[in-house]
Design a protein. Structure first.
Length: 276
C-alpha cells in the first residue's frame, strides 16, 4: 500500500514537472498592431509561418495605430506594427520604441457608392475629391479613432482646406476598425477612406467600389519596432527582435509578397535593413 502511494506521488510529481517544463518552453510575444494587418488576413497567413520557423507564438492586439501605440506606451506589448509615421516619430522620440524598420507598403483608396453622387470617380487628386464630397454633402464615414487611416484622412481634409469638425450630419465618425467602417459605409451608400489590404479582403461591399486611387499622397507604409526594454524590463526583447528580424528577412519578405486574394497581392515588401 505504501509503495503504491509512493509510486502515485512520484507520478504526480513527474506530471507537474512536465507541465512546468512545457509552460517554460512555450514562447510567445504580444504585438500591438494596426487593424489592417488583422482585417486583411495577413497575420492569419503570416504568423503561423513565423511560428513554424521559430517556435514563437504571437498574440496580436489589433487596434487603430493610435491605440496600438498607447497600448505599447503602457508596456502592454513587446512589438509594435503600425502605419502612421508622425505618430511613430513621437513614440520613438518619447523613448517608447527602438529599432524601427520598414516592412511593406500598399496604398489607400477612397471608396464610395457606384452611383457616385459627388462625381469623384477617376479623380487622382484625393484632397480635391474629398472637397467635392464635402461640397455635395454626400454621406461619408470616418474611422474617427486616431488610427493611421484616420490620420491620413485628416491630413487629406487639411489639404482640401476643409475642417470635418464643421461638417453636418453627412459626415459620421464611427470610432471603429476598418472592417466595421466599410460595413457601415456599405449600409449607408457612403464614401470612406480605406487601406487596400482590408478592401481586397472585404466581402460585404454592397454597392461600394474604388473611386479614387493613384494619388502619391495615398501611399501607405508599414513599420515595425520593439517596445523599449530599457523603459519596460519585462519586454521580451530577444523574442520580439526575432519577429522583427524575420519580417525584414528574405524569408519574411517573400512570405508577405506571396499573400494574395483572388490573385491580387495585398502588400509589397520593402525592408531595406535600415533603422530609424
Amino acid at each position: 500500500m505504501i509503495a503504491a502511494l509512493r509510486s502515485f506521488a512520484t507520478g504526480c510529481l513527474l506530471l507537474l514537472m512536465g507541465a512546468s517544463w512545457a509552460a517554460a518552453q512555450q514562447q510567445f510575444i504580444t504585438v500591438a498592431s494596426t487593424t489592417s494587418t488583422e482585417n486583411s488576413g495577413l497575420f492569419a497567413y503570416l504568423l503561423p509561418i513565423f511560428q513554424k520557423d521559430t517556435g514563437i507564438e504571437v498574440h496580436v492586439v489589433a487596434q487603430g495605430t493610435g491605440q496600438a501605440l498607447k497600448t505599447a506606451a503602457r508596456g502592454d506589448a513587446d512589438v509594435v506594427f503600425v502605419h502612421d509615421k508622425e505618430a511613430e516619430d513621437k513614440f520613438v522620440a518619447d523613448g517608447f520604441g527602438i529599432g524601427r524598420r520598414e516592412v511593406m507598403y500598399n496604398d489607400f483608396l477612397i471608396v464610395g457608392p457606384r452611383s457616385d453622387p459627388a462625381g469623384v470617380k477617376g479623380m487622382r487628386d484625393a484632397p480635391a475629391a474629398l472637397r467635392r464630397i464635402a461640397e455635395k454633402e454626400a454621406p461619408f464615414v470616418s474611422r474617427g479613432d486616431d488610427s493611421g487611416t484616420h490620420m491620413l484622412e485628416l491630413r487629406l481634409w487639411k489639404l482640401a482646406d476643409f475642417d470635418p469638425k464643421t461638417a453636418g450630419r453627412w459626415y459620421r465618425e464611427s470610432g471603429e476598425g476598418m472592417g466595421a467602417v466599410l460595413n457601415t459605409a456599405a449600409g449607408m451608400d457612403a464614401y470612406t477612406v480605406t487601406d487596400r489590404g482590408t478592401w481586397l479582403s472585404f466581402k460585404n461591399r454592397g454597392d461600394l467600389e474604388p473611386l479614387v486611387e493613384g494619388d502619391p499622397r495615398l501611399f501607405n507604409q508599414y513599420r515595425v519596432m520593439l517596445v523599449n526594454p530599457a523603459r519596460y524590463p519585462h519586454v521580451k526583447q530577444q523574442l520580439g527582435q526575432q519577429l522583427i528580424d524575420w519580417l525584414t528577412s528574405p524569408a519574411g519578405q517573400q512570405a508577405i509578397a506571396a499573400y494574395k486574394i483572388n490573385g491580387e497581392q495585398l502588400f509589397f515588401p520593402n525592408a531595406n535593413g535600415s533603422q530609424s
